[in-house]
Design a protein around this ligand. Structure first.
Ligand SMILES: NC(=O)c1ccc[n+]([C@@H]2O[C@H](COP(=O)([O-])OP(=O)(O)OC[C@H]3O[C@@H](n4cnc5c(N)ncnc54)[C@H](O)[C@@H]3O)[C@@H](O)[C@H]2O)c1
Length: 355
């Protein structure tokens, strides 16, 4: 078991280990208090783990209620968000009560935003059940829902009060989602820790604890330095600004991790074409992604992606901040205008389909 402290304005801990679910009640009682506990999960995860979590919370004296979202990205809707708030109200949750987000990034984002909004903030425990959520979305306090106009357009910064990362739940995660999560691990390798690529190259399972701990340690450092994402935290967006555009163009049918994989390739190819990094950088990235079964080429052109990027909430007027690698393990932020961004997209997509 490993514990990582996040030095956000309101500090909290991430506890990583196998079999933590059965300790969730006592850990909640010790760390968070409260009387009522609302478990928010989805249609795939709830039947597998919500019962065990409910029992653990009940044994610790909580009055437990449970809300089940549909599974998948479409669950991040305004309708589901409002329905969840009404559920909290119907169950008479007060500000000292708990929301437990049991699921992947989708559940974490919707439940986190609802916990941030209801009575201006309930206590929030994130219990990630996907690799992506364990290494990324459960930590750092970004919560969001999608609007028809684009992804994650409504949301709040709301740090969890505790993260319990019980990686034994990854045993039931379908392989395609495990692979999606690997894209985020590759991102951490590219921005901070090349050794993670070696851990990904061998059997994943024995290294879950190590991989999750290393990734969240990187994320918690960046969050502590820049909680509201105005500077160095934006390094975590490597592959994401292009990736979000790919998700939007696909009508959210391309999963997040795969879109990030393609986005990292666009950024790296463009950086190499501009001479910011050597050709070995995109080459090693692409070799890793292909080895994991992740895509490297996307179906959309520069114009289409650019139009989608105009909706990105990270755009500041005509200025976009993109993340470009200088080498594996080190990236830098670059502010570009719309014309420069279109040029980066063109360079990044030049060899698209050439692999
Ligand atoms: N807030 C952030 O900082 C942040 C960061 C990265 C990604 N995200 C968001 O995360 C979302 C993607 O998250 P995701 O990849 O975890 O997808 P997801 O939450 O949709 O989960 C993937 C699928 O796996 C199922 N599942 C989850 N855990 C399972 C388990 N243990 N056993 C069996 N099935 C399980 C789910 O029901 C779903 O069908 C996107 O909406 C993305 O925008 C948020």
């Amino acid at each position: 078991m490993k514990t990582i402290a996040v030095a956000a304005a309101r500090p909290y801990e991430i506890i990583i280990g196998a079999g933590l679910l059965e300790k969730a009640g006592s850990l909640a009682r010790q760390n968070l208090g409260g009387e009522r506990a609302a478990i928010v999960s989805d249609a795939h995860v709830a039947p597998l783990y919500a019962g065990q979590l409910g029992d653990a919370l009940g044994a610790a004296g909580y009055a437990v209620c449970q809300y089940m979202l549909p599974a998948g990205e479409n669950a991040k809707s305004a309708e589901n968000f409002i329905a969840l708030l009404e559920f909290f109200a119907g169950n008479k949750l007060s500000r000292s009560d708990l929301v437990l987000a049991l699921g992947g990034g989708v559940v974490g984002d919707v439940a986190g935003f609802a916990a941030a909004s209801y009575m201006r903030g309930l206590r929030l425990m994130q219990l990630p059940t996907t690799l992506l959520a364990a290494v990324d979305s459960s930590v750092g306090g970004k919560t969001a829902i999608n609007l028809k106009a684009g992804k994650n357009l409504a949301g709040a910064f709301y740090q969890p009060h505790l993260v319990l990362s019980d990686y034994s739940m990854l045993d039931t995660l379908p392989e395609q989602y495990l692979i999606d999560g690997c894209a985020e691990v590759v991102k951490y390798a590219m921005i901070a820790e090349p050794q993670l690529l070696d851990l990904l190259a061998v059997l994943l399972k024995p290294y879950y604890e190590e991989i999750i701990a290393r990734c969240v340690a990187i994320k918690s450092r960046l969050v502590a330095a820049d909680e509201f994402d105005t500077g160095s935290r934006q390094l975590l967006n490597f592959g994401h600004t292009f990736g979000h555009a790919i998700e939007t163009c696909s009508g959210f049918t391309v999963p997040h991790g795969r879109a990030v994989a393609m986005g990292m390739v666009i950024a790296s190819r463009a950086a190499a074409a501009r001479g910011l990094c050597g050709a070995d950088c995109p080459a090693r990235l692409m070799q890793t992604l292909l080895g994991l079964g992740l895509p490297i080429n996307c179906d959309y052109g520069a114009d289409e992606l650019y139009q989608a990027m105009l909706l990105d909430k990270k755009r500041d007027g005509d200025t976009f901040t993109i993340v470009l690698p200088e080498r594996i393990g080190f990236c830098r932020l670059e502010k570009v205008n719309g014309r420069q961004l279109q040029e980066y997209l063109r360079l990044g997509l030049e060899q698209n389909g050439g692999q």
